[in-house]
Design a protein around this ligand. Structure first.
Ligand code: FES
Length: 170
């Protein structure tokens, strides 16, 4: 019996728009995959590229960054920064051997619950087609190799066994 691959998706959302969209999708009972682990930040511009790479390193098969529509950022230009970083990350992912489709950028307002749900659904289907992240496979292989490797303990040169304190003199 084959089991369907359920990807791990990390979704960074901004507090003011897209988190509201995700919340609205939930309270409106709009169906979307449970693959998304939502991380709320004050602004999508707060998503540093290292956070995305860390997510992939720690087992994410895909990462979605979502924020307010261009021109609607509550910090004026935060999402312009997001856009620039997103394009830089796309290039970095190719270098790392990750398919660029494992990263998605979505603009969704607090009233766009359906749009947010559609975005995460589409992302899940794309990543499901791509399969598990090659970084996760590599990390598992490395962990297995580490387990199989006997531990070598170093002895300090000149170290002596501890002696009992206060031993009686004979
Ligand atoms: Fe939403 Fe900046 S506050 S993208």
């Amino acid at each position: 019996m084959s089991t369907r691959f359920e990807p791990n998706i990390v979704a960074f959302t901004c507090n003011w728009c897209s988190y509201g969209g995700a919340d609205l999708a939930g309270i409106s009972r709009i169906q979307y995959p449970t693959s998304a682990k939502v991380i709320r930040l004050m602004c999508s511009g707060r998503v540093d590229p290292s956070m995305v790479l860390e997510a992939f390193k720690n087992g994410a098969d895909g990462v979605m960054i979502s924020g307010c529509h261009i021109g609607d950022c509550h910090y004026s230009t935060g999402n312009y920064r997001t856009l620039v970083r997103y394009h830089a990350l796309e290039s970095a992912m190719t270098v790392m051997g990750l398919h660029p489709d494992r990263l998605k950028l979505l603009w969704a307002s607090a009233s766009e619950g359906q749009r947010w749900a559609d975005g995460i659904t589409e992302m899940t289907e794309t990543v499901r087609r791509l399969g598990p992240s090659p970084l996760v496979k590599t990390a598992k292989k490395t962990a297995k190799t580490r387990e199989a490797t006997p531990k070598i303990t170093k002895k300090k040169a000149g170290s002596k066994k501890a002696t009992k304190k206060g031993g009686a003199k004979k």
